[in-house]
Design a protein around this ligand. Structure first.
Ligand code: AMP
Ligand code: ZN
Length: 664
């Protein structure tokens, strides 16, 4: 098979697997096999840039940077929906429709109302051309590069799709994906996101599309707009969209009467708690498209559709006690301990109170009867107090002044919502939290050691910081609960093996606030060893690409603390990696700092991927499209003529592979 055919075959195969996995939720291949095939395709594409295809499955990983999202006017306006809250509302709506349409039989398609961010996707000849946010309904932002990273958005359609159309849907985060994201954020010492909807919507406007690619976003579709479409009803439209490769939830149902509509609403008001994503209601649509046209629009919404909003479920229960939780960074979260109560299918015993302001605002007191709601947030929250039921001897809540774990006086920095315990070296949950972070999978990944064992080791007085791990002996560990000789050996060996973990991960493991995985990588690359980083001052740190005030301040503070310095020295003495490896160093410099490159064509001495890596390793940036900000276009053999013309028009210097290699 020639390479062109091979590339096409791989693309088609990967698309099919992608569709099975992300759209149908029925995997047809193992993750490993998928990755191997994707890698093979990537290598072939690198070797044959003449086969470049903007719809290739290899482009799902992102990597483009968008500074300003271009404003695009929608071909057809994106309307809002009218809301209804009762059976009567729906019946009134039906009467209004019948008045306009006359005496005809009207059927309805009921869909769930997905709670996310609306998006308009334009397809031309079966390929995704553009993705634009709803914006104000008339115009939105072009977020195509970000949307391309969402695996359930097909880049290439199959079947009898029309040559050009728009399709609308909602970008959502599944509850599971959202919870996972938050776990990772907490592990990085960052605050958790509040709810999936805002997080999904914020994700669309991230500048770095590779960050979007990492978020478990999905796209659920509900409406096609365009000319000469080959279907006559809303219900058939959904089925067509499925056939072409879009993700359209199967729960949609055709209803003949408003009675059937109400049955659907009542059914899903119950069953929605079992869904993998959030829904805040049902959207009822007149099924026949010809009738939709006849009904038209009001100033704000279609007359042919109606949202039926579910009531957020609420229950009343008694607040028994307010307790305070201490996180790894010392941040305090007040927690409401409730009389257990059934809400939205689960028993609720606790609710978050967020912070002192929240408690004061609602005047929440122990002994109060409170209303608890499960809305967008995963942890239920208290929305109000039933003051009529307040006990006679009730006293206003006085926010804890001291840490519940170590008695240290709590502080609250100006402008911060959270109180915190500053006793980072002596407060038990902070100590174990930091060690647990240190050993976690993305940090030192210590085999044979888990979070509970850390707590046990701490309780037994065997460790009081992460450096102590490196002095543990098998004899010390064996007597612990649930330990045996074998597991004790595994633990000690696991600790020893972690000495090979590369510098950037050690840096992440130290648990410097706001220094997550990506920031740790940036800092390791910029400073190359821990000494240089320890000496860096605020101004120098801020000058590093993507390091902001908040991170810089936190780094300076961390290394300004003698306890932390002593820990780092000890870790060094045990042989942990505190410099970039020889290999990493050899391939690095700052010689391309501040320069942005566009790479195009085939090269002789190295592949395109290698060339891009070389640019990044030397401090330069790679961009996929030419703009006035491009410093150089590195032109290989068989470069597309449009790139050349654009570079020439903008006065961007065009250089050869040899010119480039001379620069590094
Ligand atoms: P609202 O923003 O409350 O006026 O609701 C209108 C929005 O609901 C639309 O812009 C859509 O993005 C969203 N929506 C979610 N699910 C659906 C659906 N199945 N059909 C139509 N719109 C939907
Ligand atoms: Zn404390």
């Amino acid at each position: 098979m020639d390479y062109k055919a091979k590339i096409e075959a791989l693309r088609t195969e990967l698309r099919t697997h992608n569709h099975s996995y992300y759209v149908l939720d029925m995997p047809t291949i193992s993750d490993y096999e998928f990755d191997m095939k994707l890698k093979e395709l990537q290598q072939l594409e690198d070797a044959h840039p003449d086969c470049f295809d903007p719809s290739s499955p290899t482009l799902r990983v992102g990597g483009t940077i968008t500074k300003d999202f271009e404003t695009v006017v929608h071909g057809e306006r994106m309307y809002s929906l009218d809301n209804s809250y009762s059976k009567e509302d729906l019946e009134d709506w039906e009467k209004r429709i019948q008045r306009i349409l006359g005496d005809v039989e009207v059927q309805y398609t009921c869909e769930l109302k997905y709670d996310g961010a609306s998006i308009n996707l334009t397809y031309e000849n079966g390929r995704l051309l553009r993705a634009v946010t709803r914006g104000d309904g008339f115009q939105g932002d072009d977020v195509t590069n970000n949307i391309k990273t969402i695996k359930s958005v097909p880049l290439q359609l199959t079947g009898d799709y029309p040559p050009k159309f728009d399709i609308r849907g909602e970008i959502i985060l599944t509850l599971e994906g959202f919870a996972k994201m938050n776990q990772e954020r907490l592990a990085n010492g960052e605050e958790a996101y509040m709810n999936p909807r805002n997080t999904a919507s914020g994700s669309l406007k991230l500048q770095d599309s590779s960050l979007v690619a990492q978020r478990p976003l999905e796209c659920l579709l509900y409406s096609i707009v365009g000319k000469d479409l080959n279907f006559d009803t809303q219900f058939d439209m959904l089925e067509k969209a499925r056939q072409w490769g879009f993700k359209v939830p199967q729960v949609a149902q055709l209803c003949k009467t408003t009675k059937e509509v109400m049955d659907f609403v009542e059914l899903w008001d119950q069953k929605r708690h079992d869904l993998p994503y959030e829904t805040d209601g049902v959207v009822v649509k007149v099924n026949t498209l010809r009738y939709q046209e006849e009904l038209g629009y009001t100033a704000k919404a279609p007359r042919w559709a109606m949202a039926y909003k579910f009531k957020a479920e609420q229950v009343a229960t008694v607040l028994k006690e307010i307790t305070y939780q201490v996180g790894r960074t010392g941040a305090i979260t007040p927690v409401a301990n409730l009389e257990p109560v059934l809400l939205a299918g689960t028993t609720v015993k606790r609710a978050s109170l967020h912070n002192a302001d929240q408690i004061a605002k609602l005047d929440i007191r122990e002994g109060d009867t409170v209303f608890v709601e499960k809305g967008g947030e995963i942890i239920p929250k208290i929305i109000s107090v039933d003051v009529n039921k307040r006990p006679k001897d009730s006293q206003p809540t006085v926010y804890s002044t001291h840490c519940p774990e170590c008695e240290t006086e709590l502080l609250r920095k100006e402008g911060e919502a959270q109180h915190f315990c500053s006793n980072d070296s002596g407060c038990p949950p902070q100590i174990t939290g930091r060690i647990q972070h240190f050993i976690s999978r993305k940090a030192m990944d210590i085999e044979g050691l888990g979070g509970e064992t850390v707590e046990l080791l701490f309780k037994e007085g065997l460790i009081s910081n992460y450096a102590d791990l490196y002095e543990l002996t098998v004899e010390q560990v064996i007597p612990l609960e649930r330990m045996a000789e074998k597991s004790a050996e595994n633990l000690v060996n696991g600790v020893a093996a972690s000495k090979e973990i590369p510098f950037e991960r050690v840096l992440f493991a130290l648990g410097i606030r706001y220094v997550g995985e990506t920031v740790a990588k940036k800092l390791a690359k910029a400073y190359k060893n821990i000494e240089a980083l320890m000496q860096a001052n605020h101004e120098e740190l801020v000058a590093v690409d993507e390091i902001g005030e908040r991170i810089a301040e936190s780094v300076v503070q961390f290394f300004g603390d003698s306890t932390n310095l002593a820990l780092v020295h000890r870790l060094k003495s045990y042989g942990l990696q505190f410099t970039l490896s020889e290999e990493q160093l050899q391939n690095q410099s700052d010689s391309l700092k501040g320069k942005t490159f566009v790479v195009s064509g085939v090269f002789e001495s190295l592949s395109r991927t290698e060339l891009k890596k070389l640019i990044e390793d030397n401090g330069g940036k790679v961009s996929s499209s030419i703009s006035s900000k491009t410093s150089f276009l590195v032109a290989g053999d068989k470069m597309g003529p449009s790139k050349r013309t654009k570079a020439e028009n903008l006065g961007v210097p065009i250089i050869t592979e040899q010119d480039f290699l001379g620069m590094v």
